[in-house]
Design a protein around this ligand. Structure first.
Ligand SMILES: Nc1ncnc2c1ncn2[C@@H]1O[C@H](COP(=O)(O)OP(=O)(O)OP(=O)(O)O)[C@@H](O)[C@H]1O
Length: 240
């Protein structure tokens, strides 16, 4: 069970409750503005601490209110992709990518720089500075940085929202390949129904009144067929 979340959060005056257990693939956290999607993502990342409850990803418990377990963000092995790419402006694309790789303990690395660059179609950009990239290219680099940090799962907070229609299509294809070929569990925040319909295996709808959450709903049988064609996750650590 990749994501098993049952938490209560307080953010300012907002009370947020989230409860879902979902299987492999991409899980969309869906809901209106202010419903608490980003807060839940940040709680899974370990950036904010819930008031109570439990968060597990796969077999690993990341937070447990009853035992006061709250793993530090760097121990959670998650890759986080933000709405705006948040690349380091003074580093080249190559150095932005290697930043994630250098942070990862050697045993956790499962992708090399060359492999990630090929996979994301950014090999020709390695020497460029972020300010010279298009929005779609920046998001690919941000995704690459997250993949190179050796994540067990990915958190994505509206990664397409700053892109125009054409670039959204390209980055969506990349996300689909991560979902299907790398088989990384993804928790994906969006308030765009079309995006969710295309990408999500499971949809969790957060309600703004904090009354709770619908359990993970399987959107269709398509993911099962997709997964039948999966390639295994590369397991050998490489050098960049
Ligand atoms: N640091 C904070 N201090 C006070 N209130 C906060 C803080 N962060 C979030 N909130 C409040 O918590 C609620 C949930 O915010 P959150 O950003 O998680 O919602 P969201 O569903 O991701 O919204 P959006 O789609 O607009 O990004 C909102 O009412 C917000 O005002």
């Amino acid at each position: 069970m990749p994501f098993d979340v049952d938490i209560a959060l307080q953010r300012g005056s907002a009370h947020i409750a989230a409860r879902f257990r979902v299987g492999p693939g991409l899980t969309a956290l869906f809901g209106t503005s202010g419903a608490g999607k980003t807060s839940v993502l940040n709680a899974v990342a370990g950036l904010i601490r819930p008031q109570s409850g439990r968060i597990a990803v796969g077999e690993e418990v990341l937070y447990d209110g009853t035992t006061r377990l709250h793993l530090a963000p760097e121990k959670r092995a998650c890759g986080y992709v933000f709405q705006d790419s948040r690349l380091f402006p003074h580093k080249t694309v190559r150095d932005n990518l290697l930043f994630g790789w250098k942070l990862a303990p050697a045993a956790r690395r499962w992708m090399a720089l060359e492999e990630a660059s090929e996979f994301l179609g950014i090999a020709h950009l390695l020497k460029r500075m972020p300010r010279t990239l298009s929005g779609g290219e920046m998001q690919r680099v941000a995704i690459g940085r997250a993949l190179l940090s050796g994540p067990r799962f990915l958190l994505m907070d509206e990664p397409l929202s700053s892109l125009d229609e054409e670039r959204r299509g390209g980055v969506m294809q990349v996300i689909e390949r991560i979902r299907d070929e790398l088989a990384l569990p993804i928790l994906y925040v969006s308030h765009d129904r079309r995006e969710v319909d295309r990408l999500a295996d499971h949809v969790v709808t957060l309600s703004p009144d904090g009354t709770g959450v619908t359990p993970g709903i399987r959107t269709s049988d398509a993911p099962a067929a997709r997964r039948a064609a999966l390639r295994p996750v590369p397991s050998t650590p490489h050098n960049p």
